[in-house]
Ligand binder design. Structure first.
Ligand code: NAI
Length: 461
Protein backbone atom coordinates (compact mmCIF):
# COMPACT_ATOMS: atom_id res chain seq x y z
CA UNK A 1 0.00 0.00 0.00
CA UNK A 2 1.25 3.50 -0.81
CA UNK A 3 2.39 5.59 2.13
CA UNK A 4 -0.42 7.57 3.68
CA UNK A 5 1.51 10.82 4.07
CA UNK A 6 3.15 13.54 2.01
CA UNK A 7 6.25 15.10 3.54
CA UNK A 8 9.41 16.59 2.06
CA UNK A 9 11.82 13.95 3.36
CA UNK A 10 10.99 11.21 5.85
CA UNK A 11 14.72 10.98 6.68
CA UNK A 12 14.34 14.26 8.58
CA UNK A 13 12.38 12.38 11.27
CA UNK A 14 15.45 11.85 13.47
CA UNK A 15 16.16 15.56 13.60
CA UNK A 16 12.47 16.19 14.21
CA UNK A 17 12.47 13.80 17.18
CA UNK A 18 15.43 15.56 18.80
CA UNK A 19 13.73 18.95 18.54
CA UNK A 20 10.44 17.45 19.70
CA UNK A 21 12.15 16.02 22.78
CA UNK A 22 13.47 19.50 23.59
CA UNK A 23 10.08 21.12 22.90
CA UNK A 24 8.40 18.73 25.35
CA UNK A 25 10.54 20.12 28.17
CA UNK A 26 9.02 23.53 27.40
CA UNK A 27 5.42 22.35 27.05
CA UNK A 28 4.32 21.55 30.60
CA UNK A 29 0.61 21.99 29.86
CA UNK A 30 0.56 19.33 27.15
CA UNK A 31 2.71 16.97 29.20
CA UNK A 32 0.40 17.37 32.20
CA UNK A 33 -2.60 16.44 30.02
CA UNK A 34 -0.79 13.29 28.87
CA UNK A 35 -0.25 12.46 32.53
CA UNK A 36 -3.82 13.27 33.55
CA UNK A 37 -5.64 11.61 30.64
CA UNK A 38 -3.09 9.08 29.32
CA UNK A 39 -4.85 6.14 30.98
CA UNK A 40 -8.51 7.04 30.58
CA UNK A 41 -7.95 8.19 26.98
CA UNK A 42 -11.05 10.40 26.63
CA UNK A 43 -10.43 10.91 22.90
CA UNK A 44 -10.80 7.20 22.06
CA UNK A 45 -13.05 7.10 19.00
CA UNK A 46 -12.27 10.69 18.01
CA UNK A 47 -11.16 11.02 14.40
CA UNK A 48 -9.66 14.47 14.26
CA UNK A 49 -8.84 16.37 11.08
CA UNK A 50 -6.25 18.97 12.03
CA UNK A 51 -5.47 22.02 9.89
CA UNK A 52 -2.79 23.97 11.72
CA UNK A 53 0.82 25.02 10.97
CA UNK A 54 2.84 21.77 10.95
CA UNK A 55 5.60 22.85 13.32
CA UNK A 56 7.53 21.09 16.08
CA UNK A 57 5.09 22.52 18.63
CA UNK A 58 2.18 21.16 16.62
CA UNK A 59 3.91 17.78 16.56
CA UNK A 60 3.77 17.85 20.36
CA UNK A 61 0.05 18.69 20.14
CA UNK A 62 -0.57 15.80 17.71
CA UNK A 63 1.29 13.32 19.92
CA UNK A 64 -0.79 14.50 22.88
CA UNK A 65 -4.06 13.95 20.98
CA UNK A 66 -2.85 10.47 20.03
CA UNK A 67 -1.78 9.72 23.62
CA UNK A 68 -5.35 10.59 24.65
CA UNK A 69 -6.76 8.02 22.25
CA UNK A 70 -7.51 10.02 19.10
CA UNK A 71 -6.97 9.05 15.47
CA UNK A 72 -5.49 12.06 13.74
CA UNK A 73 -4.89 13.21 10.18
CA UNK A 74 -3.12 16.52 9.61
CA UNK A 75 -2.48 19.29 7.07
CA UNK A 76 -0.83 22.67 7.53
CA UNK A 77 -3.01 25.79 7.33
CA UNK A 78 -0.40 27.80 5.44
CA UNK A 79 1.77 26.99 2.43
CA UNK A 80 4.98 28.30 4.05
CA UNK A 81 4.66 27.39 7.73
CA UNK A 82 5.53 23.69 7.73
CA UNK A 83 8.76 22.59 9.37
CA UNK A 84 9.67 19.60 7.25
CA UNK A 85 11.42 17.77 10.09
CA UNK A 86 8.29 18.15 12.23
CA UNK A 87 6.12 16.70 9.46
CA UNK A 88 8.61 13.86 9.01
CA UNK A 89 8.63 12.81 12.66
CA UNK A 90 4.83 12.80 12.74
CA UNK A 91 4.60 10.74 9.55
CA UNK A 92 7.18 8.29 10.86
CA UNK A 93 5.13 7.88 14.02
CA UNK A 94 2.21 6.65 11.90
CA UNK A 95 0.03 9.76 11.78
CA UNK A 96 -0.98 10.64 8.21
CA UNK A 97 0.30 14.16 7.60
CA UNK A 98 0.25 16.14 4.34
CA UNK A 99 2.48 19.19 4.54
CA UNK A 100 5.59 20.51 2.80
CA UNK A 101 7.14 23.92 3.33
CA UNK A 102 6.58 25.82 0.09
CA UNK A 103 3.73 23.67 -1.24
CA UNK A 104 1.64 25.21 -4.02
CA UNK A 105 -1.91 26.45 -3.43
CA UNK A 106 -3.33 23.50 -5.39
CA UNK A 107 -1.28 21.10 -3.25
CA UNK A 108 -2.39 22.95 -0.13
CA UNK A 109 -6.09 22.30 -0.77
CA UNK A 110 -5.43 18.77 -2.00
CA UNK A 111 -3.51 18.10 1.25
CA UNK A 112 -6.35 19.54 3.31
CA UNK A 113 -8.75 17.19 1.49
CA UNK A 114 -6.46 14.25 2.26
CA UNK A 115 -6.45 15.13 5.96
CA UNK A 116 -10.21 14.43 5.95
CA UNK A 117 -9.94 10.98 4.38
CA UNK A 118 -10.34 8.65 7.38
CA UNK A 119 -11.71 5.25 6.46
CA UNK A 120 -14.81 5.96 8.59
CA UNK A 121 -14.73 9.72 8.00
CA UNK A 122 -13.73 12.35 10.55
CA UNK A 123 -15.90 13.36 13.50
CA UNK A 124 -13.88 16.33 14.82
CA UNK A 125 -12.07 19.32 13.30
CA UNK A 126 -9.17 21.17 14.89
CA UNK A 127 -8.83 24.33 12.83
CA UNK A 128 -6.55 27.36 12.55
CA UNK A 129 -8.01 30.14 10.42
CA UNK A 130 -11.12 28.16 9.51
CA UNK A 131 -10.08 26.61 6.19
CA UNK A 132 -10.97 23.03 7.20
CA UNK A 133 -14.41 24.14 8.40
CA UNK A 134 -14.87 26.29 5.29
CA UNK A 135 -13.98 23.38 3.00
CA UNK A 136 -16.65 21.06 4.42
CA UNK A 137 -19.38 23.70 4.68
CA UNK A 138 -18.72 25.17 1.24
CA UNK A 139 -18.66 21.70 -0.31
CA UNK A 140 -21.94 20.78 1.38
CA UNK A 141 -23.53 23.95 -0.02
CA UNK A 142 -22.30 23.04 -3.48
CA UNK A 143 -23.76 19.54 -3.06
CA UNK A 144 -27.08 21.14 -2.09
CA UNK A 145 -27.04 22.79 -5.51
CA UNK A 146 -25.84 26.24 -4.52
CA UNK A 147 -23.78 28.13 -7.09
CA UNK A 148 -20.52 29.12 -5.35
CA UNK A 149 -20.15 32.12 -7.63
CA UNK A 150 -17.28 33.33 -9.77
CA UNK A 151 -13.95 33.06 -7.90
CA UNK A 152 -12.49 36.46 -7.00
CA UNK A 153 -8.96 35.25 -6.30
CA UNK A 154 -6.53 32.54 -7.35
CA UNK A 155 -7.12 30.78 -4.03
CA UNK A 156 -10.91 30.77 -4.44
CA UNK A 157 -10.43 29.26 -7.87
CA UNK A 158 -8.27 26.50 -6.39
CA UNK A 159 -10.79 25.81 -3.60
CA UNK A 160 -13.67 25.51 -6.03
CA UNK A 161 -11.64 23.17 -8.27
CA UNK A 162 -10.77 21.00 -5.25
CA UNK A 163 -14.42 20.87 -4.18
CA UNK A 164 -15.50 19.91 -7.70
CA UNK A 165 -12.88 17.14 -7.76
CA UNK A 166 -14.04 15.68 -4.44
CA UNK A 167 -17.72 15.91 -5.49
CA UNK A 168 -16.92 13.94 -8.61
CA UNK A 169 -14.82 11.33 -6.77
CA UNK A 170 -17.23 10.78 -3.86
CA UNK A 171 -20.75 12.13 -4.42
CA UNK A 172 -22.39 13.26 -1.17
CA UNK A 173 -19.07 13.25 0.71
CA UNK A 174 -19.26 16.85 1.94
CA UNK A 175 -22.79 16.48 3.30
CA UNK A 176 -21.97 13.19 5.05
CA UNK A 177 -18.82 14.71 6.54
CA UNK A 178 -20.61 17.85 7.71
CA UNK A 179 -23.28 15.74 9.39
CA UNK A 180 -20.70 13.56 11.15
CA UNK A 181 -18.73 16.44 12.67
CA UNK A 182 -19.38 16.70 16.41
CA UNK A 183 -17.52 19.97 16.79
CA UNK A 184 -14.63 22.20 15.85
CA UNK A 185 -12.04 23.93 18.00
CA UNK A 186 -10.61 27.08 16.39
CA UNK A 187 -7.19 28.48 17.11
CA UNK A 188 -7.02 32.04 15.81
CA UNK A 189 -8.73 35.43 15.70
CA UNK A 190 -9.45 35.27 11.97
CA UNK A 191 -10.95 31.77 12.17
CA UNK A 192 -13.07 32.83 15.13
CA UNK A 193 -14.42 35.81 13.13
CA UNK A 194 -15.47 33.38 10.43
CA UNK A 195 -17.24 31.11 12.95
CA UNK A 196 -19.25 33.94 14.52
CA UNK A 197 -20.15 35.12 11.04
CA UNK A 198 -21.33 31.64 10.01
CA UNK A 199 -23.36 31.33 13.20
CA UNK A 200 -24.98 34.73 12.64
CA UNK A 201 -26.03 33.62 9.16
CA UNK A 202 -27.42 30.35 10.54
CA UNK A 203 -24.79 28.37 8.64
CA UNK A 204 -22.87 26.78 11.51
CA UNK A 205 -24.25 23.24 11.87
CA UNK A 206 -22.12 22.09 14.83
CA UNK A 207 -20.77 23.53 18.09
CA UNK A 208 -17.44 25.32 17.99
CA UNK A 209 -15.03 26.24 20.75
CA UNK A 210 -13.27 29.56 20.32
CA UNK A 211 -9.84 28.65 21.68
CA UNK A 212 -8.42 32.04 20.68
CA UNK A 213 -10.39 33.89 23.31
CA UNK A 214 -9.21 31.81 26.21
CA UNK A 215 -7.15 34.37 28.10
CA UNK A 216 -4.28 31.91 28.16
CA UNK A 217 -4.34 31.91 24.34
CA UNK A 218 -4.88 35.38 22.88
CA UNK A 219 -3.26 37.32 25.74
CA UNK A 220 -0.20 35.06 25.57
CA UNK A 221 0.35 33.48 22.13
CA UNK A 222 -0.86 36.48 20.10
CA UNK A 223 1.05 38.89 22.32
CA UNK A 224 4.14 37.30 23.91
CA UNK A 225 4.45 34.82 21.04
CA UNK A 226 4.65 37.58 18.41
CA UNK A 227 6.96 39.52 20.71
CA UNK A 228 9.51 36.74 20.19
CA UNK A 229 8.73 35.52 16.70
CA UNK A 230 8.21 38.73 14.70
CA UNK A 231 11.75 40.03 14.96
CA UNK A 232 13.03 36.47 14.61
CA UNK A 233 11.33 36.29 11.19
CA UNK A 234 12.62 39.68 10.02
CA UNK A 235 16.15 38.86 11.12
CA UNK A 236 16.28 35.41 9.52
CA UNK A 237 14.89 36.90 6.30
CA UNK A 238 16.98 40.03 6.01
CA UNK A 239 19.75 40.23 8.64
CA UNK A 240 18.92 43.92 8.71
CA UNK A 241 20.07 46.06 11.65
CA UNK A 242 16.86 46.77 13.51
CA UNK A 243 18.16 49.28 16.05
CA UNK A 244 17.50 52.83 14.94
CA UNK A 245 15.16 51.89 12.10
CA UNK A 246 11.65 53.29 11.93
CA UNK A 247 9.11 50.46 12.00
CA UNK A 248 5.36 50.83 11.45
CA UNK A 249 2.98 48.32 12.99
CA UNK A 250 -0.50 48.42 11.46
CA UNK A 251 -3.02 47.37 14.12
CA UNK A 252 -2.60 47.39 17.90
CA UNK A 253 -4.69 44.42 18.98
CA UNK A 254 -3.03 41.48 20.72
CA UNK A 255 -0.73 40.64 17.80
CA UNK A 256 0.04 44.34 17.22
CA UNK A 257 0.95 44.82 20.88
CA UNK A 258 3.36 41.88 20.76
CA UNK A 259 4.77 42.99 17.40
CA UNK A 260 5.37 46.58 18.53
CA UNK A 261 7.07 45.28 21.69
CA UNK A 262 9.18 42.94 19.57
CA UNK A 263 10.46 45.74 17.33
CA UNK A 264 10.93 48.16 20.23
CA UNK A 265 12.90 45.48 22.07
CA UNK A 266 15.21 45.24 19.08
CA UNK A 267 15.81 48.98 19.20
CA UNK A 268 13.56 50.09 16.36
CA UNK A 269 11.60 53.35 16.67
CA UNK A 270 8.03 52.07 16.44
CA UNK A 271 4.95 53.84 15.10
CA UNK A 272 1.46 52.40 15.13
CA UNK A 273 -1.65 52.79 12.96
CA UNK A 274 -5.09 51.97 14.35
CA UNK A 275 -8.78 52.51 13.57
CA UNK A 276 -10.04 51.74 17.08
CA UNK A 277 -9.65 54.72 19.44
CA UNK A 278 -9.19 52.44 22.47
CA UNK A 279 -6.29 50.55 20.89
CA UNK A 280 -4.85 53.81 19.51
CA UNK A 281 -4.88 55.29 23.01
CA UNK A 282 -3.25 52.15 24.39
CA UNK A 283 -0.49 52.43 21.78
CA UNK A 284 0.11 56.09 22.58
CA UNK A 285 0.23 55.41 26.31
CA UNK A 286 2.60 52.50 25.74
CA UNK A 287 4.90 55.11 24.23
CA UNK A 288 4.31 54.62 20.50
CA UNK A 289 3.51 57.44 18.11
CA UNK A 290 0.11 56.84 16.52
CA UNK A 291 0.11 57.87 12.87
CA UNK A 292 -1.66 57.15 9.61
CA UNK A 293 0.15 55.00 7.10
CA UNK A 294 0.12 57.89 4.64
CA UNK A 295 2.05 60.05 7.16
CA UNK A 296 5.01 57.68 7.32
CA UNK A 297 4.88 55.63 4.16
CA UNK A 298 7.80 57.43 2.50
CA UNK A 299 10.02 57.60 5.59
CA UNK A 300 9.72 54.31 7.50
CA UNK A 301 12.03 51.34 6.98
CA UNK A 302 9.91 48.40 8.09
CA UNK A 303 6.12 47.88 7.65
CA UNK A 304 4.27 45.09 9.46
CA UNK A 305 0.52 44.38 9.21
CA UNK A 306 -1.21 42.74 12.19
CA UNK A 307 -4.87 43.61 11.63
CA UNK A 308 -6.65 40.47 10.37
CA UNK A 309 -8.19 42.95 7.92
CA UNK A 310 -7.68 43.32 4.16
CA UNK A 311 -6.03 45.93 1.93
CA UNK A 312 -3.99 47.56 4.70
CA UNK A 313 -0.82 48.11 2.64
CA UNK A 314 -1.98 48.92 -0.87
CA UNK A 315 -0.13 49.33 -4.13
CA UNK A 316 -0.05 53.13 -3.79
CA UNK A 317 1.65 52.73 -0.39
CA UNK A 318 4.31 50.36 -1.73
CA UNK A 319 5.00 52.68 -4.64
CA UNK A 320 5.63 55.55 -2.20
CA UNK A 321 8.03 53.62 0.06
CA UNK A 322 11.72 54.37 0.14
CA UNK A 323 14.27 52.12 -1.47
CA UNK A 324 14.71 48.74 0.31
CA UNK A 325 11.79 49.18 2.70
CA UNK A 326 10.88 45.84 4.30
CA UNK A 327 7.22 44.81 4.05
CA UNK A 328 5.66 41.90 5.91
CA UNK A 329 2.49 40.59 7.48
CA UNK A 330 1.95 38.61 10.68
CA UNK A 331 -1.87 38.44 10.44
CA UNK A 332 -3.47 35.16 9.40
CA UNK A 333 -4.16 35.76 5.70
CA UNK A 334 -2.10 37.30 2.92
CA UNK A 335 -4.73 39.86 1.90
CA UNK A 336 -3.45 42.51 4.36
CA UNK A 337 -0.89 43.49 1.72
CA UNK A 338 -2.00 43.88 -1.91
CA UNK A 339 0.51 41.34 -3.21
CA UNK A 340 -1.56 40.44 -6.27
CA UNK A 341 -1.16 44.02 -7.54
CA UNK A 342 2.63 43.53 -7.60
CA UNK A 343 2.48 40.60 -10.02
CA UNK A 344 3.50 42.58 -13.10
CA UNK A 345 6.45 44.23 -11.34
CA UNK A 346 10.02 42.93 -11.54
CA UNK A 347 10.55 40.29 -8.83
CA UNK A 348 13.99 39.03 -7.81
CA UNK A 349 13.89 36.03 -5.52
CA UNK A 350 16.60 36.47 -2.89
CA UNK A 351 16.02 33.17 -1.09
CA UNK A 352 13.02 31.12 0.01
CA UNK A 353 10.24 33.44 1.21
CA UNK A 354 12.24 36.60 0.52
CA UNK A 355 11.65 38.64 -2.65
CA UNK A 356 12.91 42.00 -3.84
CA UNK A 357 10.38 43.82 -5.98
CA UNK A 358 11.10 46.84 -8.11
CA UNK A 359 8.60 49.70 -8.23
CA UNK A 360 8.12 51.89 -11.31
CA UNK A 361 10.24 54.60 -9.61
CA UNK A 362 13.20 52.21 -9.45
CA UNK A 363 12.85 51.86 -5.66
CA UNK A 364 12.81 48.30 -4.40
CA UNK A 365 10.93 46.72 -1.51
CA UNK A 366 11.79 43.49 0.31
CA UNK A 367 8.61 41.43 0.66
CA UNK A 368 8.59 38.64 3.24
CA UNK A 369 6.76 35.34 2.67
CA UNK A 370 4.79 36.82 -0.24
CA UNK A 371 2.65 38.60 2.35
CA UNK A 372 1.81 35.44 4.33
CA UNK A 373 2.47 35.35 8.05
CA UNK A 374 6.18 35.97 8.23
CA UNK A 375 6.90 34.65 11.70
CA UNK A 376 6.00 31.18 10.44
CA UNK A 377 7.18 31.66 6.85
CA UNK A 378 10.57 33.23 7.57
CA UNK A 379 11.18 31.75 11.02
CA UNK A 380 9.70 28.92 13.08
CA UNK A 381 6.71 30.63 14.68
CA UNK A 382 6.26 31.08 18.41
CA UNK A 383 8.41 29.29 20.99
CA UNK A 384 7.18 26.04 22.54
CA UNK A 385 6.35 27.43 25.97
CA UNK A 386 3.67 29.84 24.76
CA UNK A 387 2.31 27.32 22.26
CA UNK A 388 1.92 24.88 25.14
CA UNK A 389 -0.63 27.25 26.67
CA UNK A 390 -2.49 27.58 23.35
CA UNK A 391 -2.46 23.86 22.64
CA UNK A 392 -3.47 22.86 26.16
CA UNK A 393 -6.62 24.89 25.47
CA UNK A 394 -6.98 23.10 22.13
CA UNK A 395 -6.80 19.65 23.74
CA UNK A 396 -9.27 20.63 26.47
CA UNK A 397 -11.62 21.96 23.79
CA UNK A 398 -11.38 18.71 21.81
CA UNK A 399 -12.11 16.64 24.94
CA UNK A 400 -15.08 18.87 25.80
CA UNK A 401 -16.62 18.72 22.32
CA UNK A 402 -15.93 15.02 21.77
CA UNK A 403 -17.21 13.83 25.15
CA UNK A 404 -20.01 16.37 25.69
CA UNK A 405 -20.71 17.70 22.20
CA UNK A 406 -24.34 16.57 22.35
CA UNK A 407 -24.92 18.93 25.29
CA UNK A 408 -24.04 21.89 23.07
CA UNK A 409 -26.28 23.44 20.44
CA UNK A 410 -24.60 24.76 17.28
CA UNK A 411 -22.87 27.98 18.26
CA UNK A 412 -19.52 29.38 19.34
CA UNK A 413 -18.38 28.79 22.93
CA UNK A 414 -15.42 29.70 25.11
CA UNK A 415 -13.86 27.32 27.63
CA UNK A 416 -14.92 28.03 31.20
CA UNK A 417 -12.67 30.27 33.28
CA UNK A 418 -11.62 27.52 35.68
CA UNK A 419 -10.02 25.69 32.72
CA UNK A 420 -8.33 28.91 31.55
CA UNK A 421 -6.89 29.30 35.04
CA UNK A 422 -5.88 25.63 35.01
CA UNK A 423 -3.90 26.17 31.79
CA UNK A 424 -2.04 29.09 33.37
CA UNK A 425 -1.45 27.14 36.57
CA UNK A 426 0.15 24.29 34.61
CA UNK A 427 2.75 26.72 33.21
CA UNK A 428 3.85 28.41 36.42
CA UNK A 429 6.21 25.74 37.72
CA UNK A 430 8.39 25.66 34.61
CA UNK A 431 9.31 29.31 35.12
CA UNK A 432 9.56 29.13 38.89
CA UNK A 433 6.51 31.28 39.60
CA UNK A 434 4.99 30.79 43.05
CA UNK A 435 1.29 31.49 43.59
CA UNK A 436 -0.03 33.11 46.74
CA UNK A 437 -3.16 31.69 48.33
CA UNK A 438 -6.26 33.56 49.43
CA UNK A 439 -7.40 33.09 53.00
CA UNK A 440 -11.09 32.19 53.29
CA UNK A 441 -11.71 35.67 54.71
CA UNK A 442 -9.92 37.38 51.82
CA UNK A 443 -11.75 35.22 49.30
CA UNK A 444 -15.10 36.08 50.86
CA UNK A 445 -14.17 39.78 50.93
CA UNK A 446 -13.59 39.90 47.16
CA UNK A 447 -16.41 37.49 46.40
CA UNK A 448 -14.50 34.45 45.10
CA UNK A 449 -13.48 31.07 46.48
CA UNK A 450 -9.83 30.38 47.44
CA UNK A 451 -9.63 27.87 44.53
CA UNK A 452 -10.92 30.34 41.92
CA UNK A 453 -12.14 31.36 39.43
CA UNK A 454 -10.53 34.58 40.58
CA UNK A 455 -12.20 37.03 38.22
CA UNK A 456 -15.71 37.72 36.92
CA UNK A 457 -16.45 36.96 33.26
CA UNK A 458 -16.30 40.65 32.32
CA UNK A 459 -12.74 41.11 33.60
CA UNK A 460 -10.41 41.97 30.68
CA UNK A 461 -6.90 41.17 31.94
P1 NAI B 1 -7.24 41.92 17.16
O1 NAI B 1 -8.64 42.05 16.70
O2 NAI B 1 -6.94 41.87 18.62
O3 NAI B 1 -6.35 43.10 16.55
C1 NAI B 1 -6.44 43.61 15.26
C2 NAI B 1 -6.37 45.13 15.37
O4 NAI B 1 -6.26 45.69 14.06
C3 NAI B 1 -7.61 45.75 16.02
O5 NAI B 1 -7.25 46.52 17.14
C4 NAI B 1 -8.22 46.58 14.90
O6 NAI B 1 -8.83 47.76 15.39
C5 NAI B 1 -7.01 46.89 14.04
N1 NAI B 1 -7.35 47.25 12.66
C6 NAI B 1 -8.33 46.72 11.85
N2 NAI B 1 -8.34 47.34 10.67
C7 NAI B 1 -7.33 48.27 10.69
C8 NAI B 1 -6.84 49.22 9.75
N3 NAI B 1 -7.40 49.36 8.55
N4 NAI B 1 -5.79 49.98 10.12
C9 NAI B 1 -5.22 49.88 11.35
N5 NAI B 1 -5.66 49.00 12.28
C10 NAI B 1 -6.70 48.20 11.96
O7 NAI B 1 -6.67 40.60 16.45
P2 NAI B 1 -5.33 39.83 16.87
O8 NAI B 1 -5.65 38.76 17.83
O9 NAI B 1 -4.28 40.82 17.17
O10 NAI B 1 -5.00 39.07 15.49
C11 NAI B 1 -4.61 39.79 14.32
C12 NAI B 1 -4.33 38.79 13.19
O11 NAI B 1 -3.20 38.00 13.53
C13 NAI B 1 -5.45 37.81 12.93
O12 NAI B 1 -5.50 37.52 11.55
C14 NAI B 1 -5.01 36.57 13.69
O13 NAI B 1 -5.64 35.41 13.21
C15 NAI B 1 -3.54 36.60 13.44
N6 NAI B 1 -2.67 35.90 14.39
C16 NAI B 1 -1.40 35.60 13.92
C17 NAI B 1 -0.49 34.98 14.74
C18 NAI B 1 0.85 34.63 14.22
O14 NAI B 1 1.59 33.90 14.88
N7 NAI B 1 1.26 35.09 13.07
C19 NAI B 1 -0.82 34.62 16.13
C20 NAI B 1 -2.15 35.02 16.54
C21 NAI B 1 -3.02 35.65 15.68
Amino acid sequence: MAEDYIVKDIALAGYGRKELDIAETEMPGLMALREEYGETKPLTGARITGSLHMTIQTAALIETLVALGADVRWASCNIFSTQDHAAAVIAEGGVPVFAIKGQSLAEHWDYLDRSFQFEDGPNMILDDGGDATLYVLLGARAEAGEDLGVPTSEEEEVIQAQIAKRMEQSPGWFTRTRDAILGVSEETTTGVHRLYDLHKKGQLPFPAINVNDSVTKSKFDNKYGCKESLVDGIRRATDVMMAGKVAVVCGYGDVGKGSAASLAGAGARVKVTEVDPICALQAAMDGFEVVTLEDVVDSADIFITTTGNKDIIRIEHMRAMKDMAIVGNIGHFDNEIQVASLKNHKWTNVKEQVDMIEMPSGNRIILLSEGRLLNLGNATGHPSFVMSASFTNQVLAQIELFTKGDEYRPGVYILPKHLDEKVARLHLGRIGAKLSTLSPEQAAYIGVTPEGPFKPEHYRY
